[in-house]
Each structure stands twice: as structure tokens, then as C-alpha cells.
Design a protein around this ligand. Sequence first.
Ligand code: DGL
Length: 295
Amino acid sequence: MKSEIRNSKSAIRNSLPIGIFDSGVGGLTVYRALHERLPDEHFVYLGDTARVPYGTKSLATVERYATENARFLESHGIKLLVVACNTASALALPAIRDAVSVDVVGVIHPGARAAVESSNGKRIGVIGTEATVQSEAYRRSISSLDPAAVVIERACPLFVSLAEEGWAETEVARSVAEHYLRDLRKSDLGALVLGCTHYPILRGVISDAVGRDIPLIDSGDATADEVQSLLEIRGLSRPRAPNADRVRLVCDDLDHFYVTDAAQRFAKVAERFLGAAPTVLEAVEVWGHDELRTY
Ligand code: DGL
């Protein structure tokens, strides 16, 4: 009897969605990577579009926003939380882990590990928001894996707007990338980490600017690997549904999307990033959710 109750409790827990949050729309690149890698899982995504960008804000503010987002998602019933935002992962992971009781995966460590693995002992470049670069979170994470690694970090703030405007393939994007990455091109890099949610959208111009032979590390892909193994280790994977022949499309009605403002703009940019707008999209307020928490 006891083991039946235990089995049905774990079946309910395993069928819960994976929570993902970002400061806005950029985390959809991480959602796409997770969706591709884990087609049986369901996702609930929160984009804090009312308070984006995080990349220019202070540690205290990013911690506050990030913990509010995490609690909001936990109060909606999730089995695991992915912090898709590099800035929130770099600045606020300890605060987020203190705020919720589910496992939390950030994008920094998986990205750092993938970079160390592909760099062949050569220098590792990291590009991200001002806050991510200032935090030196990637440098610390890379050093913990390879103390001899040389890390060069650069902030590339304009890339975020270029991606959201749909200007990824334009001459403007090309010249901004050349300007930001000129010195990295001369640095004989073994790998370059795309340390911001939006940068995979600009992969083409970034690769041209830094040198096409330099491996680009997409933290989203690396994080999907980490989430997949964590689900397996914890026995948290969602069982395959009997009608699993249904093809899972990004943004279908099994994945739920929340934003804190401007849902229409989110849908438009989502279409640009993923080729589809969310089927289920709702505008919400995320602050004041402490009282909704269930332990
Ligand atoms: N999501 C942020 C990141 O990955 C970029 C946008 C922002 O500054 O909030 O760092």
C-alpha cells in the first residue's frame, strides 16, 4: 500500500512541467534547446518583460527579480527550475536556490564546461551582458574546471536589441560584431562562449567576426545536456505518453508561457526566434507570490 502511494506520488511529480525563466524573450533559445532534447517534457516559461533588461542592473535588483520569478514558477507546480538568463544565473543563483525547494540549473556552469571541453587548452572568450561580464561568473566557473585556462570576457550589449529587432543578418549587426570582437579575433581563441540568451540568434555574424574556425558555445545546448542528466539521476523524467506519436512542436498547447508585460510583443519576437508564437500565453504579476508557496 505504502509503495503504491509512493509510486503514484512520484508519477504525479514526474508529470509536472520544467520551469524556465528569463528576463524576457531571449530565454526562448534555451527553451528551444530543452524542447528539442526532451520532447516528452512539458515546460512553463516566464519572461519578465516588464523589468527587462537585467544586464544593466545591480546585483541586489537582479537577485530580487530572479527570486520573485523563481517563486512564481514554483507556486505553479514545477519539478525543476532552469534559469535561462545568463545575467540571473551569473548574479543570483545562490539566492534563487535559497528561495525555492526544487533543483535549480543555471546556464553558466554547463556553458563553462562545454567551453573547456572544446577549447583544447587554448584561450576561452566569453561574451555577455555588462552585468554578466562584471560578475566574472564564467571566469570563476571555467577556472574551477581548468585552473590554467585563460579567459577573456567582453560585454556586447547592443546584440540584445539587434536580435529582438530581427536584424541578426544585417550590415549593422555585422559591423557591431566586428567592432566588439576585433580584439578577440586576434586572441587565438580555442572557443567563444555565447554568454547571453540572445547571442545564438546572431551566431552567423559573430562567427564571421571572430573567425569561422572558432567553436561557438551555446549555453542553451550545454544546459539541455545538464538538465537531461539531472532528470535521469533524480528519476524525474516524464514517462512517455501512450499517444507519444504526436509530434511535439515548439510553443504548442502543452507548454505554457507567462510574461509580466507586453504579451503581443513577446509573441511577435517569439515567432521571429522560434518560427511560432506561444499557443498559451498570459500576462501576470510575479511579485507577492510568497504566500502561494507550498512546501
Ligand atoms: N537574458 C539576458 C541574459 O542572458 C539578456 C537580456 C537582459 O539584459 O536582460 O543575460
